[in-house]
Design a protein around this ligand. Structure first.
Ligand SMILES: Cc1cc2nc3c(=O)[nH]c(=O)nc-3n(C[C@H](O)[C@H](O)[C@H](O)COP(=O)(O)O)c2cc1C
Ligand code: SF4
Length: 789
């Protein structure tokens, strides 16, 4: 006991005498130890590859509880706040007036030149429509068709519901009338008779009386003594041309060129009262069919007039001023007008430096004035009609359906309607753009990607916390709004009658507009409705919602956006809201791999120079190896020129040249093949800066690429009319992507051939033109050298 007490005393004495050096030594040792640990950690961090590779083996995907959707909201009553399509009559749609009165909505429309003569009004109680069928014919074909046309039209006007509004149609041979009687001003008749002109003409590339007619139209328009639009007193007009595709296969080569001239001058003389698009037919193959189709369209326009609804939207004088003859090319190519901002997610064709940036809005709050009010428990509308988001999206041309869905007619749809080419999905998969609707059931998204056209305007969130609209109502709303927008195109110059009528039956839906479609809690029901209506579905998701992806019903083609090859890069480019974004992303890749035999799976890479291109080829190859998608679409980013993009550090310098994208894809192909993955470059659409890699083992037949889809077969499989070949445990459990592979990829779409359908007319933007021979190849080589790593 005594010994212990002595030891304690001794220790205390030592402590008192040396406590300062002891304390100092301890501090030094602790500091050294800490520094050593810190340095080791840093070394460990920097030594990790900046492009972390991903495991290759197939994994069971563990869905973490926090990834499961928490839906705290219920379906809204069966009503929609539909925007912009209240007059549509294409489908039986429940259209309900907006619940709330919003602020004055800014409509993004072009201001038209003032038209001197007001549109004639048609009083359907007292007025009569006199249709005049004009024709010109040298060898009798057009005359025969004109006689037949007038007869059928006469029978129709006599028998239709609105027959009391019509007088019997009359025919006039242009060669035998005084032009001045009809084409300087409408004929004088009783005040209650209103005229509608129908003009059928052939084309001759030699001097004929048709030239005299066209010249007289032109002279009338240019005559300073006469109003430039002296025929604006007509109710409307429409032109149909006969030509010969054997001798004049395309419009550039002169097919129906004189009909197009007549249509153009009539548009000017009537102050753009084209009631139905110009129809054109090849006399040797399709004249009968095309003329009948066009007649039905003209009859519909006549019904609208007879019912006092005017020419419908899109035609000057009674609706939306959507046309400009002078700005013809610019309209489509992004030069002017309400839709000239090339701002569809899908829209890759051109790089636009538009000055009309979206309205800058704070989207985190709807109202400025109530910062202190207690948050209410009731779910809110995602995009209320009173919100600035609604105003901004509407200004950008969206129709907002209900409170969280949107639809917009894309630039390629307009282009295809005018015979100027479809988007890359036509070249690669066979989707004609005029049959395609672009929509989303969720305008909200959980990322703020630097290249997104609308990250300044779309709402964001990590969980669904909004009032939810029923899938049936969304379907009715988006289809009605789409049809309405198509109808607005009917008076636009160059719209082809046959495509216009085909467009009135949606065949395909690209669920990719903006936002995250699988965020919508009833996405599966919405997809089922589309499939039941034989509308195929391409769904693009951002790889942030693994639970929803795992439970998604098979779609026609399932996309995952791959915006970067590694975690750091993904954080910078997608700016995700989820903290565990990389884990979510990887889980989605594994799910895609597991589901690759249920549906066609696609990686969509958007290349942004300076963000996700350099030295990332191997990283992307890792991801392909992980998910084994059927296809890899690689495209260069499109610059939107918005302030939002600017603040994200994006400029035109970040937009890769097509040749750079091509060089990147070539390297990716090499990298994949070096790993024993049999992917090859299948097709390209240079116009969209987009290139397709595909799995040879699955999408090549006898050495030929077969990337196109057999849509009819997809629906037959869906409806159980044919048996699929996906087998599990010896039983057929469904279909495989191989069951609905379509025709071979067309020659013109294959890699090296550019990807522009030769049947369409390519329109170059001002200052641009076709490349010279060898120029593309040369640029590709240079770009490949620049990208060498
Ligand atoms: C000499 C000649 C020139 C023609 N030029 C064109 C032409 O430039 N573009 C076109 O599409 N069709 C052209 N065609 C085809 C006619 O437009 C076509 O045969 C039309 O149906 C003739 O109509 P018609 O019998 O009423 O005169 C031409 C035909 C002939 C005989
Ligand atoms: S897929 Fe449809 S929505 Fe997308 S760009 Fe092509 S036509 Fe437009």
């Amino acid at each position: 006991m005594l010994v212990v007490a002595n030891s304690v005393i001794e220790i205390l004495l030592i402590w008192h005498q040396h406590r300062l050096p002891i304390l100092l030594s301890a501090l030094v040792v602790a500091t050294i130890a800490r520094l050593a640990i810190y340095t080791r950690q840093r070394r460990a961090k920097t030594s990790a590859s900046p492009v972390p590779s991903s495991p290759i083996e197939k994994k069971a995907v563990e869905l973490k509880p926090e990834w499961l959707p928490e839906y705290t909201t219920t379906l809204s009553p069966p009503q929609l706040n539909t925007d912009n399509h209240s007059e549509d009559d294409t489908n039986a749609v429940v259209l309900v007036a907006r619940a709330k009165k919003g602020p004055k909505t800014v409509k993004g429309r072009k201001i038209q030149k003032k038209i001197s003569t007001p549109a004639p009004t048609f009083d359907h109680k007292t007025d009569k429509i006199q249709a005049l069928v004009f024709f010109q014919s040298l060898s009798g074909t057009t005359e025969r068709y004109a006689a037949q046309f007038t007869k059928v039209l006469g029978e129709w006007t006599a028998g239709c519901e609105q027959s009391s509004s019509f007088l019997e149609p009359q025919t006039h041979d242009i060669s035998y009338i005084e032009h001045d009687d009809y084409f300087i001003s409408p004929p004088k008749a009783g005040v209650n008779i209103k005229y509608f002109y129908i003009i059928l003409v052939p084309t001759y590339n030699i001097d004929t009386v048709l030239d005299i007619f066209i010249e007289s139209l032109q002279e009338t328009h240019n005559d300073f003594r006469i109003d430039t639009a002296p025929l604006s007193g007509l109710l409307g007009y429409s032109v149909f041309g006969f030509g010969d595709k054997e001798g004049w296969p395309t419009e550039e080569e002169g097919f129906c060129s004189q009909a197009r001239e007549v249509d153009k001058w009539m548009a000017r003389l009537t102050a753009r009262k084209r009631a139905y698009p110009l129809g054109m037919a090849d006399v040797k193959t399709e004249a009968e069919e095309r003329l009948q189709e066009w007649r039905i369209g003209v009859q519909e326009a006549l019904i609208e007039l007879a019912e006092g609804r005017g020419l419908g939207e899109g035609v000057l004088g009674s609706g939306d001023p959507a046309e400009s003859d002078e700005d013809d090319v610019e309209d489509v190519e992004g030069g002017s007008g309400e839709d000239t901002r090339v701002d569809d997610v899908e829209d890759l064709g051109t790089m636009v430096t538009s000055s009309s940036a979206p309205i800058p809005v704070d989207f985190t709050s709807y109202k400025k004035s109530t910062p202190k009010s207690k948050p209410t428990a009731a779910p809110k509308e995602m995009v209320p009609t009173t919100s600035p988001t609604h105003a901004a999206l509407t200004k950008q041309g969206y129709s907002i359906i209900g409170s969280h869905s949107g639809v917009k007619i894309c630039r390629w749809t307009k282009s295809a309607l005018r015979g100027r080419g479809s988007c890359y999905k036509y070249s690669f998969y066979g989707i004609a753009s005029h049959l395609c609707m672009e929509a989303t059931p969720s305008l909200s998204c959980s990322n703020k990607c630097v290249f997104c056209w609308r990250h300044g305007t779309n709402p964001v969130g990590t969980t669904w916390r909004w009032i939810t609209d029923a899938p049936e109502l969304i379907f009715d709303g988006i289809t009605a709004a789409h049809y309405k927008k198509i109808k607005m195109m009917k008076g636009v110059p160059g719209v082809r009658a046959e495509r216009f009528s085909e467009a009135m039956r949606i065949r395909h839906c690209a669920l990719s507009l903006v936002g995250e479609p699988i965020f919508y809690p009833h996405i599966n029901e919405l997809l089922e409705i589309m499939h039941k209506n034989r509308i195929s579905t391409f769904l693009v998701c951002n790889a942030q919602h693994p639970a929803q992806l795992a439970s998604l019903v098979p779609v026609t083609q399932l996309y995952v956006s791959i915006d970067a090859s590694n975690k750091d890069s993904l954080r910078k480019i997608d700016r995700p809201l989820h903290r565990d974004f990389w884990e979510r992303f990887c889980a989605c890749l594994d799910i895609l791999r597991n589901r690759r035999f249920e549906q066609r799976t696609v990686f969509r890479l958007t290349l942004v120079k300076g963000f996700n291109m350099a030295e990332e080829v191997r990283g992307y190859a890792d991801l392909v190896e992980r998910a084994l998608p059927g296809f890899v679409e690689v495209k260069g980013v499109t610059y939107c020129g918005t302030s939002a993009a600017g603040s994200a550090g994006l400029t035109m310098q970040n937009v890769p040249f097509y040749e750079e994208v091509a060089a990147f894809v070539t390297q990716l192909e090499h990298e994949l093949r070096a790993r024993g993955l049999d992917y090859g470059i299948a097709a390209e659409h240079a116009h969209s800066c987009c290139i397709l890699l595909a799995d040879r083992t699955r999408f090549q037949r006898e050495g030929r690429w077969a990337t196109r889809i057999d849509f009819e077969r997809f629906f037959d499989l869906y409806e159980g009319k044919v048996r699929g070949s996906r087998v599990e445990d010896g039983n057929v459990v469904g279909w495989r992507p191989e069951d609905y592979v379509g025709q071979d990829t067309p020659e013109w779409a294959l890699w090296g051939n550019g990807g522009f359908d030769p049947r369409d007319a390519r329109v170059y933007r001002k200052g641009k033109g076709p490349r010279k021979d060898g120029e593309v190849e040369e640029k590709r080589k240079r770009a490949a050298l620049a990208l060498e790593f």
